[in-house]
Design a protein around this ligand. Structure first.
Ligand code: NAP
Ligand code: ZN
Length: 346
């Protein structure tokens, strides 16, 4: 077994604190990665606080993992010792269902195995990237391009792919008006990809102070959603809305900003069920849809796209000892625009 240093929550009521546990030895199809950086996703906070469902404790969060491969199993083909590698939100799936066969492991009909807060197919709880090392089967590891800033790459493994994948699926690009709701970790990546794909991008935000940043990220317009006059100017105007909000919010209000036949894409996952009156959908033939992360091949495609277009996340690098304060800031929407943990501080 591999002794692993980590930060864990012992219960939904406690802060994260140092914890040590053991990972499995490197199997024939596994790689071991020395974790260098791990992004901090709002999903980490939802899960340590049991906001979605009862979690498995102790919980080591973290699913935006980058590092260097230190060991490979005998049958590993894609990687060698010393390679840069990334791991996102899942570490296993059945590999044989129609979705897995289609490269949609995130929609595995048996359910994918999440990087943490899940039982692995061996029945052992999974533990995430707020730790110094991880062992993962090679099919769930992606290659990280050497030319990008490694700390700023980490958030691409969740925030990046979660916004890239739906924009690709719905073919959002030139000629489309795209609104991104919430300028946080996911939102700022949604802006970057929307702009890169050629869409006209508007940020819909609750934070007037983020306007300059939104424009610097490439957004063409910025609307403060608490300002009724500003909202009127975008009524019925968007083809797509990419909704990244983590908290309860007024979906019908956003639906009123769509064109006829427009699509509201939920990637944000507020714990409370959404309230959507039929008459917010019927008169305009609106669609409300959801999307989760992306498949492994698509995650690699996204990383390659980022290397080609020089896209990374805008980050605040923190020491792991500062994680609990970082969560407090995240809840307030005060992140510019993703916290990333320097695992060396562990
Ligand atoms: P984040 O960094 O906290 O960003 C969320 C943003 O939403 C905030 O910065 C804020 O932006 C806005 N916001 C916050 N409260 C709001 C409210 N009450 N009404 C309207 N807007 C509000 O979070 P994140 O890491 O990007 O994650 C966002 C959500 O996506 C979380 O629920 C997370 O669990 C989920 N997620 C889903 C997937 C998936 O596979 N679908 C993957 C990763 C994360 P402004 O200041 O601009 O308003
Ligand atoms: Zn995430």
């Amino acid at each position: 077994m591999i002794e692993t240093k980590a930060y864990a929550a012992q219960s939904p009521e406690t802060d994260l604190a140092p914890w040590t546990f053991e990972r499995r030895d490197v199997g024939a199809h596994d790689v071991q990665i020395e974790i260098l950086f791990c992004g901090v996703c709002h999903s980490d906070l939802h899960q340590i606080r049991n906001e979605w469902f009862p979690g498995i404790f102790p919980m080591v969060p973290g699913h935006e993992i980058v590092g260097r491969i230190t060991q490979v199993g005998d049958h590993v083909k894609k990687f060698k010792q010393g390679d840069l590698a990334g791991v996102g939100c899942m570490v296993d799936s059945c590999q044989v269902c129609y979705n897995c066969k289609d490269g949609l492991e995130q929609y595995c009909v048996e359910g994918n195995t999440q990087t943490y807060n899940n039982l692995g197919r061996d029945g052992v709880p999974t533990y995430g990237g707020y730790s110094n090392t991880i062992v993962v089967r090679e099919e769930f590891v992606v290659s990280v391009p050497e030319k990008l800033d490694l700390a700023a790459v980490a958030p691409l493994l969740c925030a990046g792919i979660t916004t890239y994948s739906p924009l690709k699926y719905w073919k959002v690009g030139q000629g489309h008006k795209l609104a991104v709701v919430g300028l946080g970790g996911l939102g700022h990546m949604g802006v970057k990809f929307g702009v890169a794909f050629g869409a006209e991008v508007t940020v819909l935000s609750t934070s007037p102070a983020k306007e300059a940043d939104a424009k610097a990220l490439g957004a063409h317009h910025f609307v403060v959603t608490s300002d009724e006059e500003q909202l009127k100017t975008v009524q019925g105007s968007f083809d797509f809305i990419l909704d990244t909000v983590a908290a309860d919010h007024n979906i019908p209000l956003y639906l009123s900003l769509l064109k006829t036949s427009g699509t509201h894409i939920l990637v944000g996952a507020p714990p409370k069920p959404l309230e959507i009156p039929a008459f917010a959908l019927i008169p305009g033939r609106m669609s409300v849809s959801g999307s989760t992360i992306g498949g492994i091949a698509e995650t690699q495609e996204m990383l390659n796209f980022c290397a080609e277009h020089n896209i990374v996340s805008d980050i605040e690098l923190i020491n792991i000892q500062d994680i609990n304060q970082a969560y407090e800031r995240m809840v307030k929407g005060d992140v510019r625009y993703r916290f990333v943990i320097d695992i060396a501080s562990l």
